[in-house]
Design a protein around this ligand. Structure first.
Ligand code: GLU
Length: 442
């Protein structure tokens, strides 16, 4: 058995329940297997065994009280995956599906994504199986304070800098930050995605969605094309989706779908984003409300199946949302590009099918790196004790996304794999992380 296969088989045996983690490892290592096998140094130094094992896995109890006085216990996690390139960096996810396998997959992905940004950032991820849905502000605050009561001892501006992810936005980051300062009495950039009133970065909130579209535009331009006059399907209705829709519209595209965990909407005339923002950001209601306001749109219960014809698909909800059958819908409708806004939203089989059918594919670790890039800029702003302007951040973000695209497409071409951005992203980030690990010794 080849070295890469042996390592993957072994980790699957040793972590039998961590399926998303296995998927992330397979999705990253298999496309670059021939390069790994060619350079004997990886096997000699046990690089794969080292790169798939987190530096540290932290698990803790979070006890909190609801508004009725009842006491609840949730599980908290922080996985500091790889610190070769800089302080650990990555978001916190609050969602009932969270377990160690999910956090490890996200931490693994984050390590390679952060390497692509070109900023000095290691990879980490954390979170809890706490479900923020339907909780009052006070309950959210109680939970965040209790979560930080344990997390604070593991993080710091030069150690590990968490941020948001699904279920963790500006409100949660504010409560977490307030508690950190109460415990440590240090005003430092220990979290990113903070409020603008207290050292947040203008543009951090928009960065993942905007960055996705900047990346998409670069990729389309390379095939003598652009987002202008294209039809785009987006899934999700959270921070990433909303800002991806906003920037796509600004680039002249028509976005016709969005979704949430209950259903999805199709508006053939193009989604009216101010209605979505009002429903999702202000009122925190279901996407069904859109259909009540815009009666000429359509609402469908359940999972979005990517059956609406589009030129570009932007999955911005969560992992494994494009299944093989949904990829077949995209190919049948002549979709030209899939640009991943979420982390690992396409299954392995669906990815394979799309690539075989010549659909341009922008993997999340490259295409959605705008969020963590802006987080890196927020860390610089905080350590300089300065305040930056939105325009300056946006210019920097655009440059970073362009640079990611140029680097990964050059790598792909270097290995005669033009337009294979999965290969380009994986090999470029793998080389960055492993070179750094090798130089720093075992
Ligand atoms: N959760 C985001 C991601 O998946 C952002 C992480 C960060 O800003 O640290 O990249």
């Amino acid at each position: 058995m080849l070295y890469t296969d042996k390592v993957i088989t072994n980790i699957i045996q040793r972590t039998p329940n961590e399926t998303e983690f296995h998927q992330a490892i397979t999705e990253t290592l298999m496309p670059i297997k021939s390069i790994i096998e060619e350079s004997k140094i990886y096997q000699e130094l046990s690089i794969l065994e080292r790169i798939i094992e987190p530096d540290r896995e932290i698990k803790f109890r979070v006890t909190w009280r609801d508004d009725a006085g009842k006491i609840h216990v949730n599980r908290g996690y922080r996985v500091q995956f790889n610190g070769a390139l800089g302080p650990y960096k990555g978001g916190l996810r609050f969602h009932p599906s969270v377990d160690i396998g999910i956090i490890k997959f996200l931490g693994f992905e984050q390590t390679f994504k952060n390497a692509l940004t070109g900023l000095p950032l290691g990879g980490a991820k954390g979170g809890s199986d706490f479900d923020p849905k339907g909780k009052s502000d006070f309950e959210i605050m109680n939970f965040c304070q209790s979560f930080m009561n344990e997390l604070f001892r593991h993080i710091g501006a030069s150690t590990d800098v968490p941020a948001g992810d699904i279920g963790v936005g500006a409100r949660e980051i504010g409560y977490l930050y307030g508690q950190y300062k109460k415990i440590k009495n240090i005003h430092e950039g220990v979290l990113t995605g903070k409020g603008l009133e207290f050292d947040g970065l203008p543009g951090r909130n928009e960065a993942t969605g905007y960055g996705l579209v900047y990346f998409c535009e670069e990729m389309l331009k390379k095939s003598v094309n652009s987002l202008e006059n294209k039809t785009v399907c987006v899934s999700g209705a959270g921070n990433v989706a909303i800002h991806a829709v906003e920037k796509s519209i600004a680039y002249g595209a028509k976005v016709v779908t969005m979704s949430d965990s209950t259903g999805w909407i199709y508006d053939k005339d193009g989604i009216n984003l101010s209605i979505i923002k009002d429903i999702k950001e202000k009122k925190k209601l279901r996407i069904l409300e859109y259909n009540k306001i815009k009666s000429d749109s359509q609402y469908f219960e359940g999972k979005f199946d990517w059956s609406i014809p589009c030129d570009v698909a932007m999955p911005c909800a969560t992992q494994n949302e494009i299944l093989l059958d949904f990829a077949k819908n995209l190919v049948k409708n002549k979709c030209i590009a899939v640009v991943e806004g979420a982390n690992m939203p396409t299954t392995l089989e669906a990815t394979r099918y799309l690539v075989e059918n010549k659909v341009l594919f922008a993997p999340g670790k490259a295409a959605n790196a705008g969020g963590v890039s802006a987080s890196g800029l927020e860390m610089s702003q905080n350590s300089n004790k300065s305040r930056w302007e939105f325009q300056d951040v946006d210019v920097k973000l655009k440059a970073i996304m362009k640079n990611i695209f140029v680097n990964i497409s050059q790598r792909a071409e270097e290995f005669s794999r033009k337009h294979d951005y999965i290969f380009g992203a994986n090999i470029h980030s793998f080389i960055e992380v492993t070179n750094s690990m090798i130089k720093q010794g075992i």
